[in-house]
Design a binder for this molecule. Structure first.
Ligand code: V47
Ligand code: SF4
Length: 397
């Protein structure tokens, strides 16, 4: 039987132009698509055609496996020196009384709240302020490791690192080594926005450039460490800016193979300086996931971040190239609720995440940050009313 992820099915799609057929042939033969191909898919690929190609790659790489982890976020501050126009989260220094600025001890208190819970990762990211410097973060990472050595620290982005290393007058190489020695395990994908200066200067002026973002990841990968990458889409950029962004990520990945996951982040328009720009449609979100999956042939994973896109869309995205839906979160991030996401208090239990994945016919796999498999939940069973009943652990195949 032919399914929509069967190559033959896609090559037989009625009315397919020669150019689109050539893209489908490349995908079926495991060949890389070009920037022009990606642009053509954005402009002319139907959602079923593009989604089918992405699903074909997704299933070739991962079958039905869909990954998630048990994590929580720590956001040291929402006061920030920068004024990114898309950001609903930050409070300007002159209005800092409206925000929060946690101390070392307050942050350790939050870490201790998870002592009896089976979380595997803390994701630390927030605003940029002078007091959150190299000393602050190296002390924090050391204290976390001393308290709970097995908790994976995924923390900060080149935006914070560039700022604090410059202030400290140390090189990126020295700075990242200090972070590694203090206990940093991996870097999240934030701060990438859109690399091209034509857009970056308008939406994220003053913070690290696209080249600096890429350079810090390259150095980190050179130390044998892993990181993620994001792209903030659906605001003032054009399709070709997205393709340029993906191109730069693919080129760096060819050099280092240090990226694990690509996470497209949909611009949400509440409470920020770009609120006049309408959000893109759900079809556009699915198209963007699918083209990211097709283009980034050297990335293992594509993630849909459910607190940003909502649970329904995260489920749908699993048929459009996505194989990871992040983690339990435990209501510990405010970035997206403040920007208008439908997820106002993002928290899912493991059971809820498993159920979400199973309801769309995929196989829920709990992973750690580095994609070591912790548990396969495929034998979860649901009663008629779709309530979670229990699970048995299965060997992973
Ligand atoms: O860099 C801020 C984005 C990012 C808005 O690596 C917005 O696993 C949309 O990078 N609309 C931070 N996006 C979050 C991030 C992330 C999230 C989940 C997982 C991982 C990972 C990384 O959030 C920022 C910025 O691009 N952002 N405001 C907004 N209004
Ligand atoms: Fe600051 Fe990050 Fe918001 Fe930009 S996106 S204003 S750097 S918190």
């Amino acid at each position: 039987m032919l399914t929509n992820s069967d190559p033959e099915f896609m090559l037989k799609a009625p009315g397919l132009s020669i150019e689109l057929r050539t893209i489908a042939e490349k995908v079926c033969n495991g060949e890389r698509i070009s920037n022009e191909d990606a642009l053509l898919l954005f402009n002319e690929g139907s959602i079923s055609f593009t989604g089918g190609l992405a699903n074909f790659i997704r299933e070739k790489k991962h079958g039905n496996n869909t990954y998630f982890n048990r994590n929580f976020h720590l956001e040291p501050t929402n006061v920030c020196l920068y004024t990114c126009t898309f950001c609903s989260y930050s409070r300007l220094i002159k209005k800092r009384e409206d925000g929060w600025e946690y101390t070392h001890d307050e942050m350790m208190e939050m870490i201790r709240k998870y002592d009896d819970l089976p979380v595997t990762e803390v994701h630390i990211v927030g605003g940029v302020l002078p007091q959150y410097d190299v000393k602050f973060y190296t002390n924090l990472f050391k204290a976390i490791k001393q308290h709970r050595p097995e908790l994976h620290i995924k923390a900060l982005t080149p935006v914070e690192y560039h700022y604090m290393f410059k202030k400290e007058k140390i090189s990126y190489e020295e700075g990242m080594q200090l972070m590694k020695d203090a206990g940093l395990d991996s870097m999240p994908g934030g701060g990438a926005e859109i690399f091209h200066p034509e857009i970056r200067d308008q939406i994220a002026g003053g913070k690290c450039s696209g080249d600096q973002w890429l350079r810090i990841h390259e150095i980190w990968h050179g130390y044998g460490c892993k990181s993620n990458a994001t792209m903030l889409y659906g605001h003032i950029e054009k399709y070709w800016h997205r393709v340029d962004h993906l191109d730069q990520l693919r080129q760096l990945q060819d050099k280092t193979n240090g990226f694990q996951t690509f996470i497209p982040l949909k611009f949400r328009n509440e409470n920020n300086q770009l609120s006049h720009i309408p959000e893109v449609s759900s079809v556009e979100d699915l198209r963007n996931y699918a083209i990211s999956r097709i283009y980034l042939d050297n990335f293992d994973h594509i993630k849909a971040y459910w607190p940003m896109i909502g649970r329904d869309m995260a489920q749908l995205s699993l048929a459009f190239g996505v194989d990871d839906i992040d983690g339990t979160i435990d209501d510990t991030t405010k970035i997206y609720s403040m920007a208008g996401s439908e997820e106002q208090n993002p928290a899912l239990t493991t059971e809820q995440l498993v159920k979400l994945i199973k309801r769309v016919g995929r196989r829920p796999i709990e992973r750690d940050t580095l994609y070591n498999i912790i548990q396969d939940y495929s034998a979860f069973e649901f009663q008629d009313d779709q309530e979670y009943k229990g699970y048995v652990s299965l060997p992973v195949v």
